[in-house]
Write a protein that binds this ligand. Structure first.
Ligand code: SF4
Length: 360
């Protein structure tokens, strides 16, 4: 398939691997932000093929993993109130403080698993006597569709549709990681799909402020190995610039129509990240003009706060301080069939990627 098979080409990928081995003279820590990139690195065995001196640190870019525990509990509270809760499939097995959404469904909750928030708007239209909430979780990538669902509900004149929103933003998370005194990151691979929406503009200030190379990178083996090569080359040459390995998808100013939809419904505000805590200006909150579509405001559930599982070190994994196999619970009490934390559930979670594919 064009634009897929050539980025899985072994010979082309090996050429970049050989170049990385040739040019690497000292130890470098490179963080791939996105969980999809982590998954691809582990699944394709790339971590084992890199020089020992090039260490990939897995970042917080898994939307399911960074969704706070209390948000799962809020969605379960809505199910228990008789609300129809709609969600993408990846959220339903994530443990809340007492149970997961799937377990709440098993005892009678009306949980619908959808592929698009627009389907949730249709469900609201078909069930005028029921409240319908879409569990709107994700990074900048899912924000346009979730915002669009609000605009559709408004256009349809629906008063029974709201979203339980927890959108987080990548650049503030990178800044929080760089500002941590335990940070050892020398360069970043930027998340290609996020930049496809948002463009490149937000990353120049980070490069300048922290004097750190950032390479916006795709997800196939060749993308990742080329992105790592570009980052190592900058580090070895002592330069720091923003580069775009994923130029076949990412444009300087992103997708301006999608950004306009986001900006109509959302504004930037503080967001809580699971295992990391609240980061200022790190997420989207619903604008006052669209507050009637905010499930937290409508159902008075903002007070629900619960502590994280004390045995799960997801916060350290998400900040790149520890690897999944350094968690005492990894592969013992915590497995995909019995996850203690979100990184073992999500298909983009670092713990699940290590469990399924890593030799560690
Ligand atoms: S292995 Fe399980 S308990 Fe440990 S950090 Fe990962 S999800 Fe949490």
């Amino acid at each position: 398939m064009k634009h897929l098979s050539e980025y899985r080409d072994f010979d082309a990928t090996k050429k970049y691997l050989d170049e990385i081995h040739k040019i690497t003279t000292r130890e470098w820590n490179i963080m791939e932000i996105c969980g999809g990139q982590t998954h691809s690195l582990v699944k394709n065995g790339i971590l084992e093929l890199l020089p020992e001196k090039v260490r990939m640190i897995h970042g917080p870019g898994c939307p399911v993993c960074v969704t706070p525990l209390n948000l799962i509990d809020k969605a379960i509270e809505l199910l228990e109130k008789g609300v129809i809760v709609c969600s993408f499939g990846d959220m339903i097995r994530v443990p809340g403080s007492k149970k997961s959404l799937l377990e709440a469904k098993a005892v009678g909750g009306d949980l619908r698993i959808l592929y698009s928030p627009l389907e949730a708007v249709s469900i609201a239209k078909q069930n005028p006597d029921k409240e319908v909430v879409f569990f709107a979780v994700g990074f900048e990538t899912t924000a346009p569709a979730n915002a669009l669902s609000v605009l559709h509900a408004e256009k349809e004149g629906l008063n029974n549709y709201t979203i339980l929103a927890s959108h987080v933003l990548v650049p503030p998370a990178m800044e929080a990681i760089l500002g941590d005194k335990l940070c050892t990151i020398d360069a970043f691979l930027g998340a290609g799909h996020v930049c496809a929406i948002m463009g490149m503009q937000e990353y120049y200030p980070l490069v300048e402020k922290y004097k750190i190379p950032i390479v916006i990178t795709g997800f196939e083996p060749l993308d990742l190995v080329q992105g790592i090569y570009m980052a190592v080359k900058q580090l070895e040459e002592g330069i720091y610039i923003l580069e775009n390995q994923y130029s076949r998808v990412v444009k300087e100013h992103g997708n301006e129509a999608a950004i306009a939809v986001i900006q109509k419904v959302f504004e930037v505000g503080a967001r809580e990240w699971r295992g990391i805590g609240e980061i200022p200006n790190s997420g989207y909150v619903i604008k006052e003009a669209y507050r009637k579509y905010d499930a937290e405001a409508k159902f008075n559930i903002s007070h629900i706060k619960v502590p994280e599982n004390p045995h799960c070190i997801a916060g350290e994994i998400l900040r790149g301080i520890k690897k999944p196999n350094q968690c005492d619970q990894f592969g013992k009490a915590c497995k995909p069939a019995n996850p203690l934390g979100a990184p073992m559930v999500s298909s983009e979670g670092a713990c699940a990627a290590y469990y399924h594919f890593s030799t560690h």
